[in-house]
Ligand binder design. Structure first.
Ligand code: NDP
Length: 500
């Protein structure tokens, strides 16, 4: 067994091979958990191989999950990615299994859905869907971003809330998991339209959040501007000035480094993975997808560490920078995307030595380091195959679930170092946790203090992953490491709280 015995005290005795219940019977078992049968035969499952027992348990578990949550493809995918690696450990630990923790962890604490009505600049009213998925509060108040994008559905927010629960656990800060947002499309909307939408969204959301209840932040389509409007409305309605949102402006309770934290953290994690395998990011060729909050600062930190970043993308295409980004081209990119909110084609016209490729993915550009920082499922099996053939050595997920399950298998099969999102992009929520701490103490930390703390958090996440990661062909399996380490922490808290 690869995992440490100190975390697996019951592994040696009394494991069960009886099947996990699925579907309706799972729900019965949550209210009437079975007593353990000491005469049940002992199971032995190797991680990674899973054993036939683990494979059929995963199939049964997923069949039940799909029946209970029909048509929620992204949620199924996120749970599968987790269960696939955690199941052998789960089966070996009857304390977790007898408490039906996996069934309980895959059911959100609650889902809030509401209507958001707002008026555009022509006086025309619009109605959008608003959501908050409060997924799991075992480790602390719910914490996770808000996404404004036309693709937002309950399935996407459940996948994100599920992931967030385990990601937050890896930071070791007291944060539960949640996620929310709207199918509102902010693209092309004026500042006043954005403000009216945010105010309307908060006029319902404020009832469900609070600094010790649920603390939202940004995500796709929600940056500093949106957080400012949301915070202003909360303050007006609740008449309370508290750290109810993170990602706030520095003038009103925000933290240094929050904007940069997810991207910087992803590169710190990539460098940690490389160093753990006696390599470094310096002089390596890097491709970044996206040109938003996460992507920009992943690019900047990679550049600062001496890597050559040759491509970035947005929702309309990608920009190829043959000789690599430098300070000047990075500042132009920042201005085009962060300030002017324009397309990468504008960047390509303004910066030297850049070609723009409309409608194309950046992943065919050869690189040794891949930093997907745009959105879910941007790299499929065949793209992963191309990337491996082009010499990919390490990939750290800046975005949430940017690789399909098949793409992850291709990377692992090719011995590529793979940093899963819940570990690699946890720097953002880590600094959000630090923002909450500063707000609670009514203190402001310096940039240097926060940056050091971010690096400490990322290093601790790397250590936790390595502790539980099997090593295959000399390469640590960070996916399994992150999933099992975070499962144990959330699981121990849930066991301590009883049947909640
Ligand atoms: P932003 O909205 O700031 O940026 C998203 C970027 O991805 C934009 O450049 C956007 O293009 C591009 N993009 C969006 N959808 C697509 C698509 N379907 N195809 C191709 N490109 C697309 O979001 P963030 O940077 O905040 O978030 C990016 C990812 O990182 C998400 O998966 C998010 O969940 C994850 N994440 C974010 C954290 C944070 O702190 N912000 C923390 C942890 C994870 P365009 O510029 O044209 O809009």
């Amino acid at each position: 067994m690869f995992w440490r015995k100190k975390h697996n005290p019951q592994a040696a005795a009394g494991q069960r091979t009886d099947k996990l219940s699925s579907s309706e019977s799972e729900h019965q078992n949550m209210t009437n958990p079975p007593t353990r049968d000491p005469s049940a035969p002992t199971a032995k499952f190797a991680i990674g191989s899973g054993g036939r027992g683990a494979v059929s348990e995963i199939d049964d578990f997923m069949a039940g999950l799909k029946r209970r949550n029909p048509h929620e493809q992204e949620f199924h995918q996120a749970v599968f990615e987790f269960v696939e690696t955690v199941m052998p450990f789960y089966l070996d630990n009857h304390r977790y299994r007898d408490a039906r923790l996996l069934e309980r962890m895959t059911e959100p604490d609650r889902v809030i859905m509401f209507r958001v009505v707002w008026e555009d600049d022509n006086g025309i009213p619009h109605a959008n869907k608003g959501y908050r998925v409060q997924f799991n509060s075992a480790l602390g108040p719910y914490k996770g971003g808000l996404r404004f994008n036309p693709s937002v559905t309950l399935s996407i927010l459940k996948f994100l809330g599920f992931e967030q629960t385990f990601k937050n656990s890896l930071t070791r800060l007291p944060m539960g998991g949640g996620k929310g947002g709207s199918n509102f499309n902010p693209k092309g909307r004026s500042d006043l339209e954005i403000m009216r939408f945010c105010h309307s969204m908060m006029s319902e959301l404020y009832r469900h959040i609070g600094e010790v209840v649920d603390v939202p932040a940004g995500d796709i389509g929600v940056g500093g501007r949106e957080i400012g409007y949301l915070f202003g409305k909360y303050k007006q309605l609740a008449n309370r000035y508290t750290g109810v949102l993170t990602g706030k402006g520095l003038a009103f309770g925000g933290s240094e480094i929050r904007k940069e934290a997810t991207g910087y953290g992803a590169v710190v994690f990539a460098e940690d993975m490389l160093q753990h395998h006696n390599k470094t990011i310096k002089d390596k060729t890097v491709v970044v997808s996206g040109a938003g909050n996460v992507a920009l600062y992943a690019l900047e930190r990679a550049m600062q560490l001496g890597a050559k970043v040759v491509a970035v993308s947005d929702s309309r295409g990608f920009a190829h920078v043959k000789d690599g980004f430098n300070e000047d081209s990075f500042r132009i990119l920042q201005n085009v995307k962060e300030v002017r909110r324009e397309s990468l084609s504008v960047f390509a016209n303004k910066a030297h030595g850049v070609t723009y490729h409309a409608g194309k993915s950046p992943w065919a550009v050869p690189c040794q380091v891949g930093l997907p920082c745009a959105t879910q499922n941007e790299i499929d099996e065949s793209m992963a195959d191309t990337m491996c053939r082009n010499g990919l050595e390490v990939l750290a997920e800046g975005a949430n679930m940017p690789l399909t399950a098949e793409a992850i298998h291709v990377l692992k099969h090719n011995n590529v170092l793979f940093g899963p999102a819940k570990a690699a992009n946890a720097g953002g929520v880590g600094v959000s946790g630090l923002e909450q701490a500063q707000n609670a103490m009514r203190l402001v930390w310096t940039r240097d203090q926060v940056e050091k703390e971010l690096e400490r958090i990322m290093r601790s996440i790397h250590t936790q992953c390595v502790e539980y990661a099997p090593v295959v062909n000399g390469v640590a399996d960070y996916q399994t490491g992150a999933n099992v380490a975070s499962f144990v922490r959330v699981g121990e808290a849930m066991l301590a709280h009883g049947y909640i």
